[in-house]
Design a protein around this ligand. Structure first.
Ligand code: HEC
Ligand code: HEC
Ligand code: HEC
Ligand code: HEC
Ligand code: HEC
Ligand code: HEC
Length: 411
């Protein structure tokens, strides 16, 4: 591979590309959008490529001929607006112009995407268990034949065959203490498991039980769409689809039109040919016949995974925009592990309260609290017990701000 003349610029460009553009573009091949190689040359004299990348819709609306031609050619797919500097855009375009595919490490075939990589553990345990059983049984048989041989030389008949249950009872009779301790242990274990099970009735997340993971009308895969770009995934930002998470109570589920920003062009899956039928369902839902919207749209009926009872109040914006929490703190590694969305956290009151007890509120740079911070810095009297506590241990938890008050979470 030829080294690019400016390795640092290339590296910056690669980073910006993977973080912002890779979900729709490849440097050297067409995908949802055109190959970016030589894009700068194509724009020469035709328009402002920086303005285009920052907000393509505006350039299209301004009447730019080339932009409109592109837009029509690419089935009117909309490019996400990008808050990037000219330097960052220069870097991406440099990266695309000088792109060379990375060589696979010597002696190592790349694993085809979608191939199962980790082998399940329990079948091996089963095999080992069976082997041990066979060994134990044949050892038992060997011992019996040896005893019989000895008895024969002594002129006695062979040992009578006994049922397994008889042998067990005999063994227990001769080892009373050991057998009763074992019995007691088994009983305790039984009671504890039954108790644990009883506690988890109606709780679908957390570590104790199988996570709630309903089947969906379309097999939408978060690992492919939101997973990391360096693993070959599309790395689409969560709020591109769940766009109300930062502004309202609900995160929201995207409408099929959001999917069509890409799936109008991406009609089939290269990594999983069988799932092309799943993409077809998006087309059916929007009435797209491959060239135009002709049929009647009918909304996709996604099955809700998370369900808080009506008497509890939860607000996304409060946690995402004000609390600055990552989605994954509550929804787990959905972009890394969940090809089907599941309820990862238990959603019990204990779960909410535990985090409120531990979590330090990020005060600095948080608009909501800037005022409080300013007053604190001026050493103004606040009169709040909680804020006094802050001055004592230099941190404020959600609880200290009232996150344990019943009325905050209950209507
Ligand atoms: C959501 C998908 C999407 C994302 C993300 C995206 N693009 Fe695009 N891009 C498109 C589509 C689709 C087109 C074709 C024009 C159209 O339909 O608007 C396009 C066109 C372009 C063009 C014009 C290419 C040409 O042949 O003239 C450039 C340049 C471009 N994109 C750069 C970028 C850069 C740089 C990024 C990342 C910072 C980016 N795009 C992110 C979808 C996307
Ligand atoms: C391309 C669009 C898209 C992106 C990007 C995306 N999601 Fe989703 N998400 C969906 C759709 C569609 C559903 C409903 C279907 C399902 O449950 O799988 C969903 C469902 C969910 C659910 C379950 C909702 C329920 O019913 O309770 C959670 C939680 C979730 N997404 C979190 C995330 C997080 C966190 C990210 C970023 C790491 C993310 N999503 C990125 C489209 C997307
Ligand atoms: C503090 C924990 C927490 C954080 C952080 C969080 N969520 Fe949620 N999320 C929840 C709870 C709890 C529910 C169930 C809400 C309900 O049933 O009313 C939920 C429900 C959802 C749903 C189902 C639809 C809805 O709005 O009820 C989606 C989608 C979702 N979250 C996506 C996200 C995304 C994307 C992010 C990051 C931008 C995020 N969540 C951050 C706790 C969280
Ligand atoms: C930013 C672009 C983009 C958006 C938005 C998007 N997808 Fe995709 N999706 C893709 C690409 C690209 C592929 C194909 C990957 C491949 O060829 O292997 C894909 C593949 C799929 C597949 C096939 C699964 C597989 O394993 O390959 C399904 C199903 C799918 N998407 C559903 C959806 C749904 C439903 C939505 C809307 C909630 C959505 N997509 C939104 C880009 C997108
Ligand atoms: C991973 C940690 C975490 C979890 C889990 C969590 N929260 Fe929070 N919550 C926070 C943080 C951080 C804030 C503070 C945001 C801020 O700065 O106001 C907050 C604030 C709140 C507030 C506002 C409190 C106030 O004083 O105004 C309410 C109401 C709330 N959460 C409800 C819930 C409910 C209901 C659940 C469970 C379904 C929950 N939270 C789970 C971290 C969490
Ligand atoms: C941080 C948020 C939060 C606070 C503070 C909070 N709760 Fe809850 N509470 C919840 C959530 C969420 C549930 C639903 C849990 C479930 O369905 O398992 C719940 C459930 C309950 C239930 C019903 C139990 C059940 O099994 O359905 C009662 C009663 C209750 N809370 C009382 C209180 C009282 C009293 C207080 C004040 C001392 C309080 N809660 C404070 C979030 C909170």
């Amino acid at each position: 591979m030829a080294q690019p003349a400016d390795a640092a610029l290339y590296a910056t460009g690669e980073k910006v590309f993977k973080g912002n553009c890779a979900s729709c573009h490849k440097p050297d091949k067409d995908m949802t959008g055109p190959a970016l190689k030589d894009a700068r040359a194509r724009w020469e004299g035709k328009g402002d490529i920086y303005a285009w990348v920052r907000n393509s819709t505006d350039v299209i609306k301004s009447g730019n001929a080339y932009a409109n031609e592109l837009f029509t050619k690419w089935n009117k797919s909309v490019m996400t607006p990008m808050a990037l500097t000219n330097e960052e855009i220069d870097a991406v375009l440099y990266y695309a112009d000088n792109y060379a595919p990375p060589a696979p490490p010597p002696g190592k075939e790349p694993v085809p995407a979608g191939e199962p990589q980790d082998v399940a553990f329990w079948p091996w345990m089963l095999v080992i268990g069976l082997l041990l059983l066979v060994v134990a049984l044949s050892l038992g048989g060997v011992r019996k034949s040896l005893t019989n041989a000895v008895r024969e030389t002594e002129g006695q008949g062979p040992v009578p065959d006994r049922s397994a249950w008889r042998s067990f009872k005999d063994w227990a009779w001769h080892n009373k203490t050991f057998a009763s301790v074992l019995g007691l242990l088994l009983l305790t274990w039984g009671i504890v498991s039954a108790w644990d099970w009883a506690l988890t009735i109606g709780v679908y997340g957390g570590d104790t039980v199988e996570h709630y993971k309903p089947e969906q009308p379309i097999r939408f895969d978060h690992t492919l769409h939101a997973g990391k770009a360096d693993k070959g995934n599309l790395a689409i930002n969560c709020v591109y689809c769940h766009n109300s998470a930062e502004k309202s109570k609900h995160a929201g589920i995207p409408s099929a039109n959001v999917c069509m920003n890409c799936h109008q062009a991406v009609g089939e899956s290269q990594r999983n040919p069988w799932s092309t039928a799943e993409i077809k369902k998006i087309h059916d839902a929007t009435g797209w016949d491959g060239k135009a919207y002709t049929g009647t749209p009918k909304p996709i009926e996604w099955v809700k995974v998370h369900n808080l009872p009506d008497h509890a109040y939860f607000n996304h914006a409060q946690h995402v925009a004000v609390g600055k929490l990552e989605c994954q703190e509550c929804h787990g590694p959905i972009d890394e592990k969940m090809d089907v969305a599941e309820q990862w956290a238990p959603l019990t009151m204990g779960w909410c309260i535990q985090c409120h007890n531990e979590k330090e509120v990020k005060m600095a740079g948080n608009g909501y609290y800037d005022e409080v911070m300013a007053r604190l810095e001026k050493n103004e009297k606040l009169g709040h017990r909680e804020l006094k506590e802050y001055l004592e241990d230099e941190k404020i938890t959600v609880k200290e701000l009232g996150g344990w008050e019943c009325a905050k979470c209950h209507y």
